[in-house]
Design a protein around this ligand. Structure first.
Ligand code: SF4
Length: 462
């Protein structure tokens, strides 16, 4: 089966749509009222969370680029339903080819909701060259519906009320942590020292963390600020997983940096806990993290090509080096044995074959790849680059799913963890020519998910 935006029966393929939106972004029709309906756009997580949170299909959370210069070239539009009559889509072909509207007009829908539409013009990758790589969206306009087709209805998750709550020290909770899909992400520690004061010009070229901290995220947060925010997010948003990350500190003593905050969150909530940090100076500290109750460790080496690794992240190369990242993944997955260990890469920063090699390396060492799509974000050194082509990303994500299934890795086990910044491995099933493959592995994963969910519910404290 050929993989495209539409399935043979004419319905949208949500997995392809999620991937294509990462690559192309989304323009905003004048009918939208995002100020009222959406979560505020918060630039965090090295800038990757700079987009609009949207739910595609049943529960496919995604964070879609909307403000970057290259989004102007996107054929995709967000439209608020019920604002104007529009064409009813007719049956479509598997190749996502030409015009799909039936030509009849639908009356305004009394129930307002959101839809994604696509212009019928062929997508022109070279058109990026004619655009000025500057300016800041969201790119608002009026969609010409006569020359566009409905792709799918989507949901814009509301901003949680706790975002505007304050901790007892007076800090706005959305500046302590934020939802990325359905889990809570929190940055802990000082600004990544690749950004200075002594690491100037050593930051990773895709990253904007050094600009976000202080402006978008609180630099000084106490353990109590964190615990109160976690409790509020659990109460209202029913989070199950708290992911705490940091950048480089000179000592590389991440146990020293995280021990107290991790212990407080674990002891007072019992929620699943993830750690994302550069390789620790002492790998034995990972055993202490495990003992404390950390469930997941994630190490982001981004690219496996040694020369590109140095070029893209000079600070990472000087302070750690690629080998130490790989050794840390190996140690955490095979010597310590956390519930899961992730090796994180960014597809689109190195040739497709290299990304595939990185996926193979991670899987062969018992870890699960986290594969981001390169997003040239505003303010990053690579912010003026073009985004990757979906045609190049597709084989990477297909390989990612294939290898996870072949190896029987524990994917999609944690309850209610939907991630908006990346394609989850289980979501990539929708990108496969034969999604029915590996039935036994999928049945085993379903059983593991059910058992782990029951185990979690019995232990969670709040
Ligand atoms: S290590 Fe690189 S990606 Fe991570 S925060 Fe520092 S500069 Fe950004």
């Amino acid at each position: 089966m050929e993989i495209g935006l539409f399935q043979p029966d004419g319905r949208c393929n949500p997995a392809y749509l999620k991937l294509d939106l990462y690559c192309k972004g989304l323009r905003i029709d004048e009918s939208c009222a995002l100020g009222e309906d959406a979560r505020e756009i918060i630039r965090n997580r090295a800038g990757l969370g700079s987009g609009l949170e949207v739910v595609i299909g049943e529960d496919m959370y995604t964070n879609i680029p909307v403000v970057e210069w290259w989004v102007q070239n996107s054929p995709y539009w967000l439209v608020k339903r019920g604002q104007a009559p529009h064409a009813v889509p007719g049956p479509v072909s598997a190749d996502a080819g030409p015009a799909k509207g039936s030509g009849t007009l639908r009356e305004p829908d009394p129930i307002a909701g959101y839809e994604i539409w696509r212009e019928k013009r062929p997508f022109d990758y070279d058109a990026y060259d004619a655009l000025k790589p500057a300016g800041k969206g969201p790119w608002l306009g009026k969609l010409d519906r006569a020359n566009a087709e409905l792709v799918d209805t989507v949901r814009i998750p509301e901003e949680p009320k706790w975002y505007k709550q304050r901790t007892s020290s007076g800090k706005l909770m959305q500046r302590i942590g934020c939802l990325q899909g359905t889990y809570l992400g929190i940055y802990w520690g000082p600004r990544c020292q690749n950004w200075g004061p002594n690491g100037e010009n050593e930051y990773c070229k895709f990253c904007t963390e050094g600009q976000n901290l202080g402006s978008q995220e609180e630099v000084d947060k106490s353990i109590e600020d964190v615990v109160e925010t976690v409790l509020a997010a659990r109460k209202e948003s029913r989070i199950t997983f708290v992911h705490i990350n940091t950048g480089f500190i000179d000592s590389n003593d991440y146990w020293g940096l995280f021990e107290k905050v991790m212990r407080a969150v674990k002891e007072r909530t019992g929620l699943l806990l993830g750690l994302q940090a550069p390789p620790d100076a002492d790998f034995e500290n990972y055993r202490k993290f495990k003992q404390l109750g950390v469930n997941n460790v994630s190490l982001c080496f981004e690219v496996i090509d040694e020369e590109l690794f140095k070029e893209i992240g000079p600070g990472k190369a000087r302070r750690s080096g690629l080998k130490r990242y790989l050794d840390a993944i190996d140690f955490c997955a095979n010597d310590v044995g956390f519930d899961t260990v992730n090796g994180e890469i960014i597809a689109g920063l190195e040739p497709v074959e290299s990304s595939i090699r990185a996926i193979d390396w991670i899987v062969d060492h018992g870890a699960i790849p986290t594969v981001c799509v390169f997003r040239p974000v505003i303010g990053a050194a690579y912010g003026k680059r073009k985004p990757p082509r979906v045609e190049d990303m597709l084989p990477v994500f297909q390989h990612f799913y294939r290898r996870c299934m072949e190896k029987g890795l524990p994917i999609g086990i944690a309850p209610n963890v939907k991630v908006s910044l990346i394609m989850l491995p289980e979501e990539c099933r929708g990108l496969m020519p034969n999604p029915a493959a590996w039935p036994l592995t999928r049945a085993k994963l379903w059983l593991m998910r059910t058992m782990f969910g029951a185990w979690f519910n019995a232990r969670v404290k709040v």
